[in-house]
Ligand binder design. Structure first.
Ligand code: IVH
Length: 674
């Protein structure tokens, strides 16, 4: 006899399947066969059963669409395949040059052309057809695990259908359809709430909500634009996207020309000019067209540059312009003392956002535009978030208008500004007493990619500085719970503990991030990483000469000078010493996974295929940590081609032609270990 428990289990399975099917019909195919009411009825039944039999409630149950458990903070996870970005082009000629380059290298070939969705990139991992993870792009190497939030996006399948591979990563864009975005704003207006600025930023903000229930209410959407994995069905990108559609994903619709193939530059131009006009009628925002070499083997062969693939290009539509009045120019002082002029504008609508401010970059820019207060100015919004002023309508300048004059003294502390040779920026040299510089440096230090101190945002840092509790980053490590509680308003045991624990936890942050955090001018995230790996410790770095510094990859004269200047200042040395005494990591962690050395010095590798013991990034890291270089394409300068499983045949042929030895993973491991 079948027990009540077994019956419940069966019913849960049937309902789940049915509801997902209806969901797919509604949100992916836009062809529902039952009413919303009928859907809700089935969902209620499933909810009740899962409540009674929680052991049968799967994380991918349709009930999770309305919001499952809350994740406190989003864990950072490594991407299995790096999430690259595309190189941009702004004119049809540049796209023509791209095609010409591809043809020079591999001859005539087929391209997939598709819409460039203006949303937030996401990577979705499926194992045996079940969604196991949804991760943001982050820095391309690692992102935030926002799986519970992703489950609420109705067009993301929780379970795949048909002949899907066991392992799959689907990448695409999370976005708002315009109608849904307008609906949200209408509701907000009705409730007297501030309106959301634009669909893209709102999509990004929505995905970062802590409670998935809030995300579910927003009504986000998704398009998949690329697949990765060891067992893709086809060597054609276009065919793979078609397969993804069969597995249940929402993909670009060929019938609506969201994706199309061509084998000529003319075909690409025709597609671009079609969408340049038609995009205004679309139900969502796009900011350009993406052109990709369709054959995955040729993609492999073309390889990539440091940041973007050489087999794809994005064509961005011309930025939109508006004209408005320049009301005033104010000056912001950043953490490095750089003084940036900001144009305060009469609010104007531009590409869906109200623009009130625009960056003016530096004094030269103001002089070049010959700006006067009250001028009618042309503002433009390209790819960047902050709009810029591109011109002045001189005919409309009022008589007696006052020219904008760049100040000689710091607007924050009154110190005379300096301008270093060869630089366009003015700086306030009063590093240790100019308030925004002090706060700015500390804000930078606690940031997510630096010391990642939980609970310490910009406002809190400013509050602590103002209260005189901290003057520099080392002071953070002497803060006590009592001091924070003593600040009164807004501080409770919980928030105080969170800050103190966050500060304590930051002592485990790796050296490369500490190096980035201390804020040496020109030492950004990537450079800090390179220096950390090559130099090994703060002490060694502080003692290096300019000649020694410039032997480090990516370190040129300017960066070397900046490092030397930094350590020449007694105040900086003493802060670094205090941080060291407090237990921050001041050396690379030698116990980390891979050996470090110069066994591969002078050798250039081209990496291709999938590896057993390394992620794609891991291999590259191993090469670099051992002194070798990684390059995107095979040439006579290549020392080895490191081949994993699935290496493209084109690469193998090229390696043979140029007599470049092809080695496998085991041989590579022997090289670095032996
Ligand atoms: S392909 C290696 N295709 O544009 C290239 N990207 O800068 C992987 N995007 O972060 C991206 N529509 O978020 C690709 N049809 C499309 C796209 C697309 C939008 C976004 C994506 C990516 C950025 C590239």
């Amino acid at each position: 006899m079948t027990s009540e428990r077994d019956l419940a289990q069966q019913r849960i399975a049937v309902l789940s399947k049915e509801l997902e099917e209806h969901n797919h019909r509604y949100y992916v195919l836009a062809a529902p066969i039952i009413s919303d009411q009928e859907f809700d009825f089935l969902l209620k039944e499933l909810e009740a059963l899962e409540q009674q039999w929680p052991e049968f409630a799967s994380p991918n149950s349709p009930t999770q669409r309305v919001g499952g458990g809350i994740t406190k903070g989003f864990p950072t996870v490594m991407h299995r395949y790096p999430m690259l970005s595309l190189s941009n082009s702004y004119s049809p000629e540049e796209v023509g040059e791209f095609v010409a380059r591809v043809e020079r290298e591999i001859g005539r070939t087929t391209y997939s052309m598709e819409l460039k969705y203006d949303g937030v990139a996401i990577s979705l991992s499926y194992v045996n057809g079940e969604l196991v993870r949804g991760v943001t792009r982050g820095d391309g190497e690692k992102g935030d695990d926002i799986t519970n939030n992703i489950r609420t996006v109705r067009s993301v399948p929780l379970r795949l259908r048909g002949d899907f591979p066991d392992e799959l990563e689907a990448r695409g864009e999370i976005l708002f359809m315009r109608a849904q975005f307008d609906k949200l704003n209408t509701e907000r207006a009705r409730n007297g709430e501030e309106l959301y600025a634009n669909p893209r930023n709102t999509a990004a903000g929505s995905l970062k909500q802590q409670d998935p229930k809030d995300v579910a209410k927003r009504g986000l959407d998704n398009f998949i634009y690329t697949l990765q994995g060891p067992q893709l069905p086809s060597t054609s990108h276009y065919e793979n996207i078609a397969a993804a559609h069969r597995w249940g994903f929402k993909t670009p619709d060929p019938k609506r020309r969201f994706i199309e193939r061509t084998d000529s530059a003319e075909g690409i131009m025709a597609f671009i000019s079609y969408w340049d006009k038609a995009r205004h009628e679309l139900e969502m925002d796009i900011d350009g067209i993406v052109v990709k070499v369709d054959d995955l083997r040729i993609q492999e062969e073309l390889g990539m540059t440091a940041k973007s693939p050489r087999w794809a290009i994005a064509y961005k539509f011309a930025a939109e312009q508006a004209t408005t009045r320049l009301n005033a120019v104010t000056y912001q002082v950043g953490r490095t003392g750089a003084v940036t002029p900001v144009a305060n504008l009469e609010p104007v609508l531009l590409a869906g956002t109200t623009v009130k401010r625009a960056s003016l970059h530096n004094a030269d820019q103001i002089a070049k535009l010959d700006l006067h207060i009250g001028d009618r100015v042309k503002v433009e919004k390209g790819g960047e978030i902050i709009p810029k002023i591109v011109g002045v309508v001189l005919e409309q300048r009022e008589l007696g208008a006052q020219p904008v004059v760049f100040p000689h003294t710091c607007p924050e502390c009154g110190t005379t500004l300096v301008r270093y040779e060869g630089e366009a920026q003015h700086y306030c040299p009063n590093e240790h007493a100019c308030p925004p510089q002090i706060t700015g440096r500390i804000e930078h230090f606690v940031g997510r990619k630096m010391m990642a101190i939980d609970g310490l945002g910009g406002e809190t840092v400013a509050e602590l500085v103002k209260a005189g509790l901290i003057h520099n980053v080392a002071d953070l490590y002497e803060l006590t719970t009592e001091q924070l509680l003593g600040l009164g308003k807004g501080w409770g045991a919980k928030s105080a503990d969170q800050v103190i624990n966050g500060i304590e936890a930051s002592k485990r942050i790796p050296f490369e991030q500490v190096l980035f955090a201390i804020g040496i001018r020109h030492v950004g995230e990537t450079v800090a990483k390179k220096i950390a790996r090559s130099v090994g410790s703060m002490d060694r770095l502080a003692a290096m000469t300019k000649e020694e510094l410039t032997t480090v990859d990516e370190v040129g004269g300017v960066i070397a000078d900046s490092i030397i200047d930094f350590f020449a200042v007694e105040g900086n040395r003493s802060i670094v010493q205090r941080l060291k005494d407090k237990g921050l990591r001041m050396e690379v962690d030698l116990s980390a996974a891979q050996p470090v050395g110069d066994k591969l010095k002078g050798k250039t590798f081209v990496v291709s295929g999938v590896f057993r013991n390394f992620s794609r990034d891991g291999v590259k890291e191993a090469i670099e940590r051992n002194g070798g270089k990684v390059s995107g394409s095979i040439s006579s300068k290549t020392s080895y081609v490191l081949a994993g499983a699935d290496m493209g045949p084109a690469k193998r042929v090229k390696a043979e032609e140029l007599k470049v030895p092809v080695i496998d993973e085991d041989e590579f491991k022997r090289m670095i270990e032996g």
